[in-house]
Design a protein around this ligand. Structure first.
Ligand code: AMP
Ligand code: ZN
Length: 482
């Protein structure tokens, strides 16, 4: 597989430290609010990547953190702890907020067919790991204590900026975020590893440490959790593109300084979901959630398809019109799969192989999911039997997770149920799975039985005006849309 690597700015063959095994880490959500569909774009694309690695034969250990402490309003170590902000907003404790929004996050993931990572670790579970790393960084001269906080000294590194080749001034975090710079910092990009000085008296969660009672910085959490569960050699690190700087840059700085060797060679960044007015973000307050999509009548998997239809390295613009197009495409796709006959002969391997090769070629080329979706249509159009088509669609959906076979089976079952609707008198209506039309056809039969032919004709004409044709058959009627 060839994957773009943000650390080298190149597409290169995916390799791992241990052949056949992938240690994978994903930055998880900050659980102070619902995840918005922008966050979930990142998790959907990372889910496809994980599943494709498994499909390709790798054994994967995927780790994700849950940020329940330390992520301040600005990525530049200033502002209020986001968790505290959420707790105040809802008049709850920080731990209540964390539990509620962690559950809500995994609920959204379930609806979007996003697999739960092998390890999910809340940041508050690993305080001793962070203390151990920070202590060693201080002992080896990579960290200093100033004004009550422990900072990482970025001037100690030969190379700090891994992902960007920008002008340093553009990246100076304090300037970028429009907040005042922390006077304790020796260099403008130094970052906090451990806080004991909070501007907020009611900072909820604090722990004892060699530097006093305090709490960890956001960046150290991901290094600590990954080192604990992935070991010293990470193969693949994922996150949204906004995490590249400063978060991932700082993770690399502290992990490599702590370990004394290179840490993670491959970085996968998903670009943003934008609205007409810019990046969708939680801090802006107005954002779209999976529940809102459901309230508006969209199956969450329509949103998954919408994401898969574009490449993860391109910004994606969300509009309702674009989502409607995905909905139409999804419904048509399911209807075409539902029309395939189950149990139609044996799988024809000779016909399956080129179709499978096309699917793999798409994903092997930097996870081109939109071409992988096209491969589904190639299967539907192929000159082979339905058994082969269903087998391939099921196989590809192990990676794409669009619920194709389940939804098609549900559609078939729904059609079969309405197809067998019968009156007490044994009158059977066979249709296309629309209970309202079935009811009208039954009403027409009742009218005929009561010799009310004018009413029976009126119903027939009304259905005809809707493009529905009724054919009387022995023991009932069949209707179809023409
Ligand atoms: P957070 O919960 O804010 O820590 O973010 C969770 C994940 O969502 C991170 O990987 C972010 O980089 C990513 N993310 C944030 N905003 C967006 C967006 N608009 N589009 C795609 N990913 C995003
Ligand atoms: Zn992280």
């Amino acid at each position: 597989m060839y994957l773009y690597n943000s650390a080298t700015h190149k597409k290169a063959e995916f390799t791992t430290h241990t052949p056949g095994h992938v240690e994978m880490y994903t930055c998880g959500p900050t659980v102070y609010h619902f995840a918005h569909i922008g966050n979930l774009r990142s998790y959907i694309m990372e889910d496809v990547l994980e599943k494709y690695l498994r499909y390709s034969g790798y054994d994967v250990n995927r780790v994700m953190n849950i940020t329940d402490v330390g992520h301040l309003s600005s990525d530049a170590d200033t502002g209020e702890d986001k968790m505290l902000k959420g707790a105040k907003r809802e008049h709850k404790t920080v731990m209540e907020i964390a539990k509620f929004y962690t559950d809500a996050f995994f609920d959204d993931c379930r609806k979007l067919n996003i697999k739960r990572p092998d390890v999910v670790e809340p940041a508050t579970n690993c305080i001793q790991e962070y203390i151990k790393i920070v202590k060693k960084l201080q002992d080896t001269g990579y960290a200093y204590f100033a004004g009550g906080n422990v900072y990482f000294d970025t001037s100690k590194l030969a190379r700090y900026y891994i992902f960007n080749d920008h002008d340093e001034d553009d990246l100076a975090v304090g300037v970028r975020e429009g907040v005042e710079e922390d006077v304790n910092k020796r260099n403008k990009n130094d970052f906090v590893l451990w806080f004991t000085q909070s501007k907020f008296e009611d900072q909820a969660l604090k722990w004892d440490s060699p530097w006093g009672v305090g709490y960890p910085g956001w960046h150290i959490e991901c290094s600590g959790i990954s080192l604990k569960h992935n070991g010293e050699y990470l193969d693949l690190h994922c996150g949204g593109i906004d995490n590249a700087f400063p978060h991932h840059t700082n993770e690399i700085a502290q992990s490599e300084s702590y370990l004394g060797h290179p840490w993670c060679p491959q970085w996968f960044h998903v670009h943003h979901l934008n609205t007409a007015t810019g990046k969708m973000s939680k801090s802006k307050g107005e954002f779209l959630t999976v529940s809102l999509l459901e309230e508006k009548g969209y199956d969450p998997l329509v949103y998954r398809l919408f994401c898969l239809q574009s490449h993860y390295r391109k910004a994606l613009v969300f509009t309702w019109e674009n989502l409607d197009n995905a909905k139409t495409a999804y419904e048509k796709l399911i209807a075409r799969i539902a029309a395939l006959k189950e149990g139609d002969g044996a799988v024809d391997e000779a016909a399956a192989e080129p179709l499978r090769a096309k699917f793999k070629a798409a994903l092997d080329n930097d996870l081109n999911t939109s071409l992988a979706v096209t491969a589904l249509y190639d299967v539907l159009k192929a000159k082979t039997n339905d058994a082969t088509k269903l087998a391939l669609l099921g196989e590809f959906d192990q990676v794409l997770s669009l619920g194709l076979l389940d939804h098609a089976a549900a559609k078939r079952a729904e059609a079969a149920k309405t197809a067998a609707t019968a009156t007490a008198g044994g009158y059977t209506v066979t249709g296309e799975g629309d209970p309202e039309v079935d009811a009208q056809v039954l009403a027409r039969a009742e009218a005929k039985k009561a010799k009310n032919f004018a009413e029976a004709d009126r119903i027939r004409d009304e259905l005809k005006a809707q493009g529905i044709e009724i054919t009387d058959v022995p023991g009932g009627a069949v209707w179809k849309r023409i």
